[in-house]
Design a protein around this ligand. Structure first.
Ligand code: ZN
Length: 230
């Protein structure tokens, strides 16, 4: 997929839509909020899905909104979550981190480890991150739903291993979009040059978690689940 070169702008590299079971955000609401927050680039990273990203990219074109949408996926591996950005095809969940990275790279994508040291149950790779450090393109050093002490651990890790850090809101509720944003010097097909990361305090983490729980219940109740039941 073509991705035009962009310079000096704000990006949010971690956003979910209703293609994730624990979100009800429509691509349109995500785009509107991104626009309001002054973002020029957003990565849609649904759980084990790229359908939401494709739908959001299409919606942006339909609405004529000047926001570039990166096709991403937050893939559940056997050890924890890995994000692939600039994908063209969905990658299946449950593979090892190494196999997942191979598949991301085969597509010309880039590898991001999201919230590596987050609390239990959040899909953090934890200490396994060391084993794949040489193949990681970016570490998510600021995640909007991760407490600051866990983000700090990720930052220390990224510095120790010389891996660049980026930030993402991990928005499951559209109001969280842009809560964490990364200023990038330049972004071009498969290449990101991050410069600065900013985090806002609103909405608080607890509101996002509450929203996700309600979404999950609602989506199960209405059998919406993820839209592509492959
Ligand atoms: Zn996420």
């Amino acid at each position: 997929m073509m991705f035009g070169a962009r310079k000096n702008m704000w990006a949010d590299f971690h956003i979910h839509t209703y293609w994730s079971r624990d979100s009800m955000s429509s691509p349109r609401d995500v785009l509107k909020m991104a626009y309001k927050k002054g973002l020029r680039v957003i990565a849609i990273t649904d759980h084990n899905e790229i359908g939401g990203a494709l739908e959001t990219a299409k919606e942006a074109r339909l609405l004529g909104i000047d926001i570039e949408v990166i096709i991403g996926e937050e893939i559940k591996t056997s050890r924890g979550d890995i994000i692939g950005l600039f994908l063209t095809e969905k990658i299946r969940k449950g593979l090892s981190p190494e196999e997942t990275i191979d598949l991301i790279k085969e597509q010309g994508g880039i590898v991001v480890v999201p919230h590596p040291f987050d609390r239990k149950g959040r899909g953090a790779l934890g200490e396994y991150t060391v084993k794949i450090a040489h193949r990681i393109d970016f570490i998510e050093v600021e995640n909007g739903r991760t407490p600051s002490y866990n983000n700090k651990k990720a930052k220390i890790f990224s510095e120790k291993h010389g891996i660049l850090g980026i930030g993402g809101s991990d928005a499951h509720w559209f109001r969280e979009v842009g809560k964490v944003k990364t200023k990038v010097r330049k972004i071009e097909n498969g290449k990101i040059e991050p410069e600065e990361i900013k985090r806002e305090n609103w909405p608080p983490i607890i509101m996002g978690i509450l929203y996700s729980s309600i979404s999950k219940a609602y989506n199960i109740f209405t059998r919406r689940r993820s839209r592509a039941l492959s």
